[in-house]
Design a protein around this ligand. Structure first.
Ligand code: G6P
Ligand code: MG
Length: 213
């Protein structure tokens, strides 16, 4: 049975996936590097530096590690500017309802995100206090598709991985859930991907039927 839901953050509980895209796009345009939405989808769930490496594949020149650090910092600055617009009204439709339903049923809720900006985003959304555990990019060595962040969330909850379900908008996240021995539900553009997922959701509300039938 499912005792806990581990939510990915960006692209699941909030539309910050669009902000990531816009911030990388601004950086790529300034560098004269081709970057589009399909490349953008590859950045879902992977770390900041791994994302930069994917973008630099399209560059004609090579970058030193100092230059890479500077580009990643620049992108994060643009991203943080965009995050300043976030308010509690930006929590994805259905997120408050599904979290409330979990509370009512005694199902634990956690965050499992590769983002180092997770604490800031949760604060801006006013969601921080609702989660029994938050595992994020500040605490892990390996980001998705490695299962580390989800296993850390389960450990913090003191719930066995096989009793957890992960909600993800990234292929890397679905792979990570499987490697963690957890169930998974795909939402967003990944719903049409061939990546293994136990469930596919058009809306967050559909999770209630998955968990409680
Ligand atoms: C999430 C997003 C990724 C992003 C990663 C790191 O997993 O889906 O697109 O690269 O977080 O985000 P950060 O906020 O630490 O740069
Ligand atoms: Mg995501």
């Amino acid at each position: 049975s499912i005792l806990a839901v581990i939510f990915d953050l960006d692209g699941v509980l909030v539309h910050t996936d669009q902000y990531h895209y816009q911030a990388w796009k601004r950086m790529a345009d300034e560098e004269g590097i081709v970057f589009d939405e399909s490349a953008g989808d590859r950045l879902r769930g992977i770390s900041r530096m791994e994302s930069l490496e994917v973008i630099l594949e399209k560059s004609s020149r090579t970058y030193t590690s100092e230059e890479k650090e500077a580009l990643a910092a620049k992108k994060n600055g643009y991203y943080r500017e965009l995050l300043e617009q976030l308010t509690p009204a930006d929590a994805a439709p259905g997120s408050h309802e599904i979290i409330a339903a979990c509370k009512l049923q005694g199902t634990k809720v956690a965050i499992g995100s590769s983002s180092r900006n997770t604490p800031v985003i949760l604060e801006r959304l006013g969601l921080t206090h609702l989660f029994e555990a938050v595992a994020d990019g500040n605490e892990i060595d390996n980001s998705k598709p490695d299962p580390e962040v989800f296993l850390l969330a389960a450990k913090k909850l003191a719930i066995d991985p096989e009793c957890c379900i992960v909600v993800e908008d990234a292929e890397a996240g679905l792979v990570a859930a499987k490697r963690a021995g957890m169930k998974s539900a795909a939402i967003g553009t990944v719903i049409n991907s061939p990546a293994a997922a136990d469930y596919r959701l058009h809306r967050l509300e559909e999770l209630t039927a998955v968990i409680w039938g």
